[in-house]
Design a protein around this ligand. Structure first.
Ligand code: EPZ
Length: 419
């Protein structure tokens, strides 16, 4: 099994381009299933989750080919309506293929994406929305069989009790070719939803309101192919900015998305970093010890502070001057990375959804295990700012969402090796 060996203490300094967005690429690859012509996706990150999505598409009879960060998907030969349990298990978010298969074939058989590193991953909102759209949904032994009662799904008015990203995506994917109009109330407003809708509109879909809480989709008979550039990854951006801030360095992040990162940047600025952005660049400089964040850091649906940035910001604040308080409101079990940070000398008290982080002078390098994707990235940040050497194992978690993280860190002058 591979691991990362990090020698801490270096100030990170340099310019790196931001990778394409994992949480946009995955639903857009599922959406390509709806098109009866070839789609070309640019700026697609080379990640294990993206390769899992391509295996699912190939299993459905589509043709998927990669050339660098460009993916070509031809779904004209799509024929299968079942995704194996093994393929579903490779990636938690494989459930977003349900809506796309229903939109394309009118039926599908998938598996329940079991609980994972972040706690249970229920899909009750997904299934309840599909039923409202005239889909017959049967669950037996962890497998879910869905079939449109007519030939196609029917448009419906759907109100989500929580602005679920995945449920919003699944409803959109099923609704774009449904009969009639679908309205989603309390829809997720994440930038990745807008990127998915941008792709679908490029394929001829009629969608409005994405980015707000009410999205309207007018069903059309079929979607044509298109060429589309996937948005930058705002969470990877937050990761490299937090990493640089923790090392008291400076970074220019190019191909970035300042607007989409605003909820994170407004908090990061409170640590005393100097942050400027223009067009697609973000500049950060933090020459001194970070200050603790005065206000409680509450993770919320967009445009609130993103839950995916909680662990990486915490890793930067464990050696800040003062005490910061986190409140994780999205997932039940998203503090697993605190154990590793405490092993490195951090002072963190977790009580339910609250984590109190008392800044210490210096972390010490240690041997730690990545617990999940963003928790693993947090350990890289901690290792880079610690005294001594850290070894991080189980780094397959990190490779799910970061394209060759060791190359980006080395480009910034960090002492890191994958062995
Ligand atoms: C997406 O997950 C992202 N994944 C997550 O990123 C991200 O943390 C999350 O949205 C929140 O922003 C992808 O886009 C591939 P949700 P998703 O449905 O869609 C509960 C990362 O690190 N819920 O918005 O699964 C759920 O349990 C990953 O890149 C129900 O109760 O998130 C959670 O507590 C991690 N019933 C909350 O809603 C449902 O039917 C938010 O989940 C669906 C969700």
């Amino acid at each position: 099994m591979q691991k990362l060996i990090i020698k801490g203490g270096k100030r990170l300094r340099g310019e790196i381009p931001l990778q394409g967005c994992k949480n946009s690429a995955l639903p857009i690859m599922a959406a390509a299933l709806l098109c009866n012509e070839e789609c070309t996706l640019y700026n697609c990150p080379k990640l294990t989750d993206v390769f899992s999505a391509s295996r699912i598409l190939n299993g459905l009879g589509c043709r998927c080919s990669f050339s660098g960060n460009t993916v070509q998907i031809d779904s004209s030969t799509a024929s299968e309506t079942e995704i194996s349990e093994q393929l579903m298990r490779e990636m938690r978010s494989s459930i977003i293929f349900m809506g796309a298969m229903l939109g394309r074939m009118g039926e599908c058989t998938v598996s329940v994406p079991g609980g994972c590193e972040l706690g249970p991953r229920p899909i009750d909102m997904h299934l309840s929305a599909m039923r409202k759209m005239g889909i017959d949904v049967r669950e037996t032994g962890g497998r879910i069989s869905c079939k449109a009662s007519g030939k196609k799904a029917k448009g419906a008015k759907i109100s989500l009790f929580f602005p679920s990203v995945g449920a919003t995506e699944n409803i959109i994917l099923c609704a774009v070719t449904a009969e009639g109009e679908t309205v989603i109330n309390n829809a997720a407003r994440e930038p990745e939803i807008c990127d998915l809708c941008g792709f679908l509109r490029a394929c001829g879909a009629e969608i409005s309101g994405d980015g707000e809480s009410r999205i309207v989709i007018k069903g059309i008979p079929e979607l044509h192919g298109c060429e589309y550039r996937i948005m930058p990854d705002r969470i990877a951006g937050a990761t490299y900015l937090a990493m640089t801030a923790a090392s008291r360095g400076e970074i220019i992040l190019t191909n970035a998305c300042p607007t989409e990162l605003e909820p994170f940047l407004t908090v990061l600025e409170q640590t005393g970093c100097s942050i400027y952005s223009d067009d697609d660049k973000i500049y950060l400089r933090s020459g001194t010890r970070l200050k603790a964040v005065r206000d409680r850091i509450r993770t919320m649906p967009h445009p609130g502070f993103p839950t995916d940035a909680q662990a990486v910001l915490m890793a930067a604040l464990v050696s800040a001057d003062g005490t910061s308080v986190f409140e994780e409101n999205i997932f039940d079990c998203r503090y697993r990375h605190t154990e590793a940070l405490v092993k490195m000398g951090a002072d963190i008290q977790v009580m339910g959804k609250i984590a109190v982080v008392k800044g210490i002078d210096k972390l010490n390098g240690a041997n730690v295990e990545a617990t999940d994707l963003r928790g693993g990235a947090a350990m890289v940040i901690a290792g880079l700012s610690a005294d001594g050497v850290s070894e991080i194992t189980q780094i397959h978690h990190i490779d799910r969402g970061y394209e060759k993280i060791e190359e980006a860190v080395s480009a910034l002058g960090g002492d890191i090796q994958r062995v």
